[in-house]
Design a protein around this ligand. Structure first.
Ligand code: HEM
Length: 292
């Protein structure tokens, strides 16, 4: 229930922020399309230029969002007394700020990328896009609902439980269990590492809906009559099991890739934040204090 409420809040926040960004783009569309040279003569220049009333405000909100996303790191290390809340929820908030902050900062720049602060801007984009990739790798590590990685024993326990459900509760035949194993693609893990393994996982994710539809049809064609709601539950457990088997098989490779991903993701974040602070300090020193 709490998860559902959190998801609704997050959904609303995405809706409000992207709706707001959309309205800004609509309002300033002609200005943003005007060549830099002609912009000072445009009626919206005083409002939408990076130091203008709206442009500057967008920069402040966007930067605040970028700073707030670092709360995830603080929560991870239990800094500033932060130890409450699931890591998965904190990561969702991190991602919200990590996606929406750059959108507002892009509007703040008014698409004018000059000087050293451009390094900060492009580092921010690099971290944002690498974050999307990182999120995909993060999801390949078996986790509990709170977002904590499962131990080898916990993975084995979960697999045993899912097999028990399929065999004892739903009387799924051994041939279907073998099919679930095959769909998982786990057998390919022995021969692959690094990007080849990631590619296999990605292709497997693309093919899974089709493979499960086939499994569904083959179960329907079997002699036994399975009620629709039971079939629905069987397919749900089968999906969970096949995904778990795959994640377990590729785990060592994924952990290594995720480690290297951190090595790239973090430095870009630090370069971005250092230059961002320099930029803000210089702007305040030059008297750009917005409405304050
Ligand atoms: C400007 C935007 C962003 C910045 C500055 C940023 C910064 C960071 C930093 C510094 C970390 C390391 C946290 C730690 O281990 O202490 C991190 C982790 C992470 N970020 Fe981002 N991020 C941004 C955007 C995103 C986006 C857009 C996504 C996903 C769509 C994302 C997903 C992740 C994931 C999955 C982790 C790893 C979590 C973990 O290992 O516990 N980030 N980010």
């Amino acid at each position: 229930m709490k998860k559902k409420i959190n998801n609704i809040i997050l959904f609303l926040l995405y809706g409000i922020t992207s709706g707001f960004a959309f309205l800004v783009v609509r309002y300033g569309w002609v200005y943003y399309k005007t060549p830099l040279f002609d912009r000072p003569h445009h009626p919206l220049h005083q409002l939408l230029k990076p130091g203008g009333l709206y442009g500057h405000g967008l920069g402040i909100i966007g930067s605040a969002m970028i700073l707030l996303l670092f709360l995830y790191s603080a929560r991870k290390r239990h800094m500033f007394g932060l130890h409450k809340g699931k890591m998965s929820s904190w990561l969702n908030v991190h991602i919200f700020f990590g996606l929406m902050g750059p959108v507002l900062i892009t509007l703040h720049t008014a698409m004018k990328f000059h000087g050293i602060v451009a390094i900060s801007y492009f580092s921010m984009l690099a971290v944002m896009f690498s974050g999307i990739f990182g999120r995909y790798i993060y999801k390949q590590i078996p986790r509990n609902p709170a977002g904590d990685a499962l131990s080898t024993e916990e993975i084995a326990e979960q697999d045993k439980h899912l097999t028990y459900l399929l065999v004892e509760n739903y009387h799924v035949p051994p041939q279907t269990l073998r099919e679930i194993q095959k769909i998982s693609g786990a057998q390919l893990a022995q021969h692959q590492s690094g990007f080849a393994a990631l590619w296999t996982i990605f292709i497997n994710d693309l093919k899974r809906p089709l493979l499960f539809r086939r499994l569904h049809q083959s179960l329907l064609q079997q002699e036994m009559k399975i009620p629709q709601d039971v079939m629905h539950r069987i397919m749900k457990v089968a999906r969970q099991k096949s995904l778990l088997i795959r994640k377990r098989a590729f785990l060592n490779t994924i952990l290594r890739v995720f480690h290297y991903w951190h090595v790239i993701h973090k430095p870009f974040a630090y370069v971005m934040i250092i230059i961002m602070f320099l930029h803000i300090t210089i702007a305040i020193a030059l008297g750009y204090t917005w409405i304050f």
